[in-house]
Ligand binder design. Structure first.
Ligand SMILES: NC(=O)c1ccc[n+]([C@@H]2O[C@H](COP(=O)([O-])OP(=O)(O)OC[C@H]3O[C@@H](n4cnc5c(N)ncnc54)[C@H](OP(=O)(O)O)[C@@H]3O)[C@@H](O)[C@H]2O)c1
Length: 265
């Protein structure tokens, strides 16, 4: 098991779990609370927390820059996908610098593996790349971003995130190798399908994507379950903030709707 990666993902999962637990306790005015709220909120939930100090507003970038995350992901994970495909089927090998990083983070090149593990990793990388292409297309042609903002730390984190996810998949195997019409830019109550059950079905779907990848990589893959735990807590935090935003801004918001997981949470 790649210990460095598992430790890093566990740490991230723990950090987001801590943020979820601390959220109700760090709502008072003050520098620490202000910074904490600024780091965990983005887009509409950031706007909902009132006027922020000028120095915090200096550290913000437009939320529409989310698009950059998927540009990076399509390029990086496409590069890894081609490299792994060449290694598996065409007798090629990955560039030596990737192999060195891989040796540091992942399993060494001599360790035992099976053809099915290689195929699983290739398939997961392909799905991750397709997912990123879909998200990039959504950002470019479907999403209608208002003037929401994100913290520069969140932006840098997002840029590194899909590089880290793709690299984690690669390290699971040894390598000897909007066209919709814009109605309004304001946020309204979403409804229909899964939205009738939870405020953020898209975050729940994101979690399911990562769980399905875990199943594909084999239930025993501890590193990937650490990634899943990170996505669970990260998306749970965003869902709680979004749920609170709807409850605060829409007095008729359906009481039975949960935040993230239907019937549970
Ligand atoms: N794996 C990860 O770590 C990770 C992290 C973050 C996000 N994601 C994924 O990235 C995707 C987008 O995430 P997100 O946090 O940006 O989602 P989001 O805040 O719900 O925004 C998605 C789009 O819907 C719009 N929107 C949101 N609520 C709305 C409302 N009530 N009325 C009208 N429009 C609304 C947003 O506009 P505004 O921007 O103007 O609000 C944006 O264009 C999701 O599938 C999420 O699961 C993954």
């Amino acid at each position: 098991m790649p210990a460095v990666l598992a430790a890093a993902w566990s740490l991230l999962a723990a950090a987001f779990l801590a943020a979820l637990v601390l959220l109700p306790r760090l709502r008072r005015a003050g520098v620490v609370s202000g910074l904490f709220q600024d780091l965990v909120r983005y887009g509409k939930t950031k706007r909902g927390c009132g006027q922020r100090p000028g120095w915090l507003r200096l550290l913000q970038v437009p939320k529409r820059w989310f698009t950059h995350f998927y540009v990076v992901s399509v390029l990086w994970n496409g590069f890894l996908l081609i490299g792994l495909f060449q290694t598996e089927f065409l007798g090629g090998s990955l560039p030596s610098w990737i192999q060195h990083v891989h040796c540091f983070l992942g399993r060494d090149s001599q360790s035992e593996d099976t053809d099915s593990e290689h195929f699983s990793a290739l398939l997961v990388l392909l799905l991750l790349w397709l997912h990123s292409c879909r998200r990039l297309a959504e950002c470019l042609w479907t999403s209608v971003f208002s003037n929401g903002v994100i913290h520069i730390v969140q932006y840098c984190f997002g840029l590194g995130y899909y590089v880290a996810v793709g690299s984690t998949v690669l390290c699971q195997v040894p390598t000897n190798i909007s066209n919709g019409k814009v109605v309004s830019l304001s946020h309204s109550v979403p409804f229909g399908d899964w939205f009738e059950r939870v405020s953020c079905p898209h975050y729940f779907a994101e979690l399911l994507i990562y769980v399905s990848m875990a199943i594909m990589l084999g239930f025993h893959n501890v590193t990937w379950w650490c990634v899943v735990m990170y996505v669970l807590f990260n998306q749970a935090l965003a869902a709680v903030l979004c749920h609170e935003f709807y409850q605060k801004n829409f007095s008729s918001y359906p009481k039975h709707r949960k935040a993230f997981i239907p019937f549970v949470f």
